[in-house]
Design a binder for this molecule. Structure first.
Ligand SMILES: Nc1nc2c(ncn2[C@@H]2O[C@@H]3COP(=O)(O)O[C@H]4[C@@H](O)[C@H](n5cnc6c(=O)[nH]c(N)nc65)O[C@@H]4COP(=O)(O)O[C@H]3[C@H]2O)c(=O)[nH]1
Length: 724
């Protein structure tokens, strides 16, 4: 069709005749129209189709017969038809051309996309219809929708990447192939101190200044522990530890178009690791190095000392009577005291020395820079001086002594373990030597320590193997000379060492916790024996038994004792418990309760070794005590030493005013006896009257009715007072 007016359009003004292609006069139009891939449609202003070419019919999915004479909207997909109809009506009313995209109803149900351009056909300025060309744009449309979907996905990816990069804590930096910064995420800005707009275009090294810290000597020795982290030097010069990784960015063809660097700030992890390492190697309470760190330091010091042919020393320090403070003032004060002690000890050593808390009230010092053993002795002396003045803790004035043991490398050992163990042994020796002093390790001490250890093991089996036995020593009324009681004294018939005296093994039993079992055995055995003598027809003889502080403190002590008394049916008043002063100075309230309970049971209570302990005697008023046993060290020199004589005199007189009996221990001579008699001391015990003997032998004494010194006074024995 060349023009709107040319054939085959009819001459009629108001309508266009149906054009039959068979009768097309214009052969060229027909052949063009028939061959055209464009759909061609002519319709009048009412929308009635007047002509359609095969391409149109194909696109619309309608046969020619359906098209002609029907409204041109017939083939349009139901989804689009309303919209197109509205557009068409609008266009017709204005007589303008219109261009729309819509779908025909055919195809796979989704429709076939087409673009229609309708041009008005006019005749003498009147609109009589439209010539519409229709192009199949289905392929383009599907390509567009694929593109749109791809764009959507791309957008989502980008959005996700951006949000992620903005919100992660890791720094992400990208560069172009020349190594110039092209991007910094907010974390990278914070980490480097460079804002992105200033950094972009600068060389990577300018923004990301990374240095590798030198590994420590320990790390060099242990490659597995070498740090994989580096230090980032920020714009302000501050260094932060980081972990970083670098990867190339490639285009679709695999060419490198840049680099991405990811850095993680590991300051917190570092701090945490440092905290953990500190906790693992330090004492929680005092902050001092612990045993494990000390061992490392001693090992290092030994290696160095070995190369330099120089000595080192280890000091093992134990606080004297710390347990007493803990028991009387409570654990909170005990903890404060340990902290104060740590500070005071620290002030006695150099910063190059290592002071460690070994546990409990034990401290160890490594002196790595000494010339000889004398230097170690000086430090120990300084420590003892440092504790000469009392410590003020929580308003309490506390006097505390130190027992210090010293071992020296290389003479006393060549390993951390041995040096500490030997210093510990030496410390025990210091304790035995009266506390508050220092002692050097010797091989002789080591032999003793080994023996102690063996004894401890043997002790465990001694009860079941019936290796213990009791001896009895008479207690004499000094005025009448009558035998008024017996003290039960423990003996250990050791299978290898023979007869062992209590002082050789009681401390070990106390230390190893065996004293409870042994003490119970002694109590039961003594009660059984007293009953046995009585049942053999003799008068009931009061029997006294030594009770260790550790034994007395045990919650089971009281019920166990009650059980033994019941079991043996021994009248409680004929049992006397000998307690040491130190027992009474612990938790005063609890002790008072236990003592009153014991008194309520009916047993007698005496204080053993009286005069050797503490000078505050006020406890005597508060506790229900029956007797004081004057320590034999005072009695021994009572005739030669005026001090001892004064003390004994004072004790007897004080006991007298408190209405307590006095029992003098270690009475060996007539002079002792005479002195004590003159003082009106109630009772005496000692070799003068008889040594401790086995139960059978003691029975003969009881049966003969005489002490080894002679007969009872009513049968002629008299004690002479020859005091000047
Ligand atoms: N030099 C001298 N010594 C004399 C004289 N008369 C007695 N002795 C000794 O002095 C000690 C008196 O006992 P202790 O002061 O209670 O001192 C006792 C007591 O504290 C403790 N002990 C003894 N048996 C037991 C027990 O069954 N349990 C507990 N926990 N401790 C016990 O062992 C310490 C020593 O006991 P033993 O070696 O049997 O030593 C006994 C006794 O043999 C004397 O005239 N001169």
């Amino acid at each position: 069709m060349e023009s709107q007016t040319s054939s085959p359009v009819s001459d009629t003004h108001d309508s266009i005749p149906i054009v039959d292609p068979e009768h097309l006069s214009d052969a060229s139009f027909r052949s063009i129209s028939e061959a055209s891939p464009l759909g061609i449609l002519i319709f009048d202003i009412k929308g009635q189709c007047r002509y359609s070419n095969p391409a149109y019919q194909r696109m619309a999915g309608l046969g020619r017969g359906y098209v002609l004479g029907n409204g041109w909207l017939l083939g349009i997909h139901s989804t689009d038809v309303d919209h197109i109809k509205a557009q068409w009506l609008k266009t017709v009313s204005t007589g303008q051309a219109f261009s729309e995209e819509f779908r025909f109803g055919g195809g796979n149900g989704l429709g076939v996309w087409a673009k229609a351009i309708a041009t008005p056909i006019r005749e003498r300025d009147s609109l009589i219809g439209y010539l519409m060309t229709v192009m199949d744009i289905d392929d383009r449309k599907s390509a567009q929708s694929v593109l749109a979907a791809t764009e959507e996905v791309l957008y989502e990816h980008m959005e996700r990447a951006e949000v992620t990069l903005n919100s992660i804590g890791d720094a992400v930096i990208t560069t172009n192939p020349m190594g110039q910064i092209s991007y910094l995420n907010p974390a990278a800005e914070r980490m480097t101190g460079w804002p992105e707009h200033e950094a972009v275009g600068l060389a990577l090294g300018q923004i990301l200044n990374i240095v590798t810290p030198k590994p420590s000597p320990e790390q060099q020795n242990k490659p597995a522990l070498a740090s994989k982290s580096s230090l980032l030097v920020r714009r302000d010069g501050r260094e932060i530890p980081i972990h970083n990784s670098t990867s190339p960015i490639r285009d679709r063809r695999g060419n490198i178009v840049g680099t991405v660097i990811v850095c993680r700030d590991i300051s917190e992890t570092h701090k945490m690791a440092e905290r953990m390492a500190h906790l693992a190697q330090h004492d929680f309470l005092t902050g001092l190095p612990n045993r494990s760190l000390l061992n490392d330091r001693i090992t290092q010091a030994i290696n160095l000392a070995h190369r330099q042919q120089s000595p080192i020393a280890v000091l093992f320090i134990d606080l004297d009577h710390f347990k007493h403070v803990n028991d009387t003032l409570g654990h909170a004060v005990g903890d404060l005291l340990l902290q104060t002690v740590a500070m005071r000890l620290k002030s006695c050593v150099r910063s190059s020395d290592t002071l460690c808390r070994q546990g409990g009230d034990e401290f160890v010092v490594l002196l790595a820079e000494i010339e000889d053993a004398e230097d170690a002795a000086q430090v120990a002396g300084k420590m003892l001086d440092g504790f000469a003045n009392p410590l003020m803790v929580d308003g309490h004035e506390i006097e505390l002594g130190l027992s210090i043991g010293i071992s020296v490398y290389p003479d006393d050992g060549d390993s951390a373990d041995t040096l500490v163990r030997h210093a510990d042994i030496a410390m025990y020796h210091a304790k035995e030597n009266g506390r508050n002093n220092y002692q050097f390790f010797t091989t002789e001490l080591n032999t003793r320590a080994v023996q102690r250890h063996t004894l401890k093991r043997n002790l465990r089996r001694a009860v079941e193997r019936r290796e213990f036995g009791l001896q009895y020593q008479a207690r004499i009324d000094l005025q009448t000379g009558k035998l008024v009681g017996a003290e039960a004294l423990l003996r250990w018939h050791h299978p290898e060492h023979g007869l062992m005296m209590p002082m050789q093994f009681i401390p070990i039993a106390e230390e190893s916790g065996m004293i409870g079992t042994i003490g119970q055995w002694v109590l039961r055995e003594a009660c059984i024996q007293a009953q046995a003598w009585h049942q053999s027809g003799l008068p009931l003889l009061p029997i006294s038994v030594n009770i260790s502080p550790a034994e007395f403190r045990n919650k089971e002590f009281l019920p166990n004792l009650a059980g033994i008394l019941e079991e043996t049916a021994l009248p409680p008043h004929s049992l006397e418990l000998e307690l040491t002063e130190s027992v009474l100075l612990q938790n005063a309230e609890t002790i008072a309760i236990t003592l009153h309970d014991l008194k309520d049971m009916g047993v007698q209570l005496s204080i053993d070794d009286f005069g050797t302990g503490y000078h505050n005697l006020s406890y005597l008023k508060h506790f229900p005590i029956d007797a004081l046993k004057i320590d034999q060290s005072f009695v021994h020199d009572v005739n030669d030493d005026t001090d001892d004589a004064t003390i004994v005199r004072a004790i007897v007189s004080m006991a007298d005013s408190l209405k307590l009996r006095t029992i003098a221990e270690g009475v060996e001579t007539t002079e002792h006896l005479a002195f004590l008699q003159a003082l009106q001391c109630s009772e005496g015990q000692g070799y003068f009257f008889g040594r401790p003997v086995d139960a059978d032998e003691f029975l003969t004494i009881l049966e003969r009715g005489e002490t080894p010194q002679g007969e009872y006074p009513n049968e002629g024995v008299t004690f002479v007072d020859d005091r000047p």
